[in-house]
Write a protein that binds this ligand. Structure first.
Ligand SMILES: NC(=O)c1ccc[n+]([C@@H]2O[C@H](COP(=O)([O-])OP(=O)(O)OC[C@H]3O[C@@H](n4cnc5c(N)ncnc54)[C@H](OP(=O)(O)O)[C@@H]3O)[C@@H](O)[C@H]2O)c1
Length: 299
């Protein structure tokens, strides 16, 4: 059973996990980071804990599991250092979305229990991340027995376990990046386009926030494709033509029209599947208008 935990990498995820695990009554024995200050800060975020901040792998106290919350490309090397330093632990788990427990195979071959447990959540700062954590899905895979104990941990963190196959993590993570990171990208492009209307850029995102929140609520309540609204869902071809013409005339960002067209093609597919969806003739006319291959010919 997991009782004592060590954290390696006191960044956004490591700091949040330290606090969340302490609040879930786990004994976080050590927080290790490249910089002692980061480790100490993570320890300080959690009240009433017995954690010690350290900056050397060899100083990590005995634990039932070590969580690696270092950048993805350092997972293997850090695990290797843990094995070579003979850190007293029974298991190693990393929190990467794209990488699987295969990254820790050499440790498994040496008798260590290994797993990967990825929070499907965006950790920007530890305060907000703590508030977002309840209800978060965690993709989990690894050796039998250890995954049962980690499933219990996920429940104690008020999360939901999402079992995943080792070799399916890249597809899972690509979907997560599209849904989360590219939402920020989309808002970056949207605010640049919108600010060309004369609304100050800093006001655009502020004004878009209630729209975004309403959009998420709609998606949560009626799902896809039913939640889609807007000109494509209505089959409003003239509005789409006006948008394309306007996007061709603006200088920044240059890729705005391409993004509008590419995402519009997916919107057409969705609109055809809606209960009061567009007919096939309207869909074809919209497709020929938005076809990204046609680039700027239909201005
Ligand atoms: N951020 C997210 O939204 C998110 C979401 C889900 C999963 N993840 C996963 O969580 C893991 C950590 O991501 P993150 O966003 O928390 O990264 P991060 O904020 O960049 O934190 C990584 C930390 O690792 C420490 N570190 C770097 N090299 C080290 C070393 N050699 N030994 C010990 N510590 C070292 C750094 O500490 P110092 O400050 O001491 O230099 C840094 O604070 C990654 O596997 C990532 O894929 C991230």
């Amino acid at each position: 059973m997991i009782a004592r935990v060590a954290i390696v990498g006191a960044g956004r995820v490591g700091t949040t996990l330290t606090r969340a695990l302490v609040e879930a009554q786990y004994d976080v024995v050590s927080v290790m980071s490249r910089t002692l200050g980061s480790a100490q800060k993570a320890v300080n975020t959690a009240n009433e804990n017995n954690s010690t901040a350290v900056d050397k792998i060899a100083d990590i106290a005995a634990s039932d599991i070590v969580f690696l919350t270092v950048p993805d490309e350092l997972i293997k090397a850090t695990a290797r250092e843990i094995m070579e330093s003979a850190v007293d632990t029974k298991a190693i788990c990393h929190c990467s979305g794209a990488k699987s427990s295969a990254e820790l195979q050499f440790a498994a071959d040496a008798g260590m229990r290994v797993a990967s447990m990825h929070p499907l959540q965006s950790f920007a700062d530890p305060g907000t991340a703590m508030a977002n954590l309840p209800g978060t899905y965690w993709a989990l895979e690894g050796v039998e027995g250890l995954t049962d104990e980690l499933q219990t941990m996920i429940q104690r963190l008020q999360g939901i376990c999402l079992p995943i196959k080792r070799d399916q993590k890249v597809a899972y993570h690509a979907g997560a990046v599209l849904a989360c990171n590219y939402l920020y990208t989309l808002e970056s492009i949207a605010t640049k386009v919108m600010s060309q209307s004369g609304i100050p850029p800093e006001d655009c995102l502020k004004a878009l926030m209630p729209l975004l929140q309403g959009t998420l609520n709609n998606m949560g309540s009626v799902g896809l494709p039913q939640a889609l609204s807007g000109p494509i869902s209505r089959g409003d071809i003239h509005t789409v033509e006006q948008h394309l013409s306007n996007l061709s005339s603006i200088s920044s960002p240059e890729r705005a029209r391409e993004v509008y067209s590419l995402m519009g093609m997916e919107a057409i597919d969705m609109a055809t599947k809606q209960i009061t969806g567009i007919d096939s003739d309207t869909a074809e006319r919209l497709r020929s208008l938005l076809d990204p291959q046609k680039k700027y010919s239909n201005q």
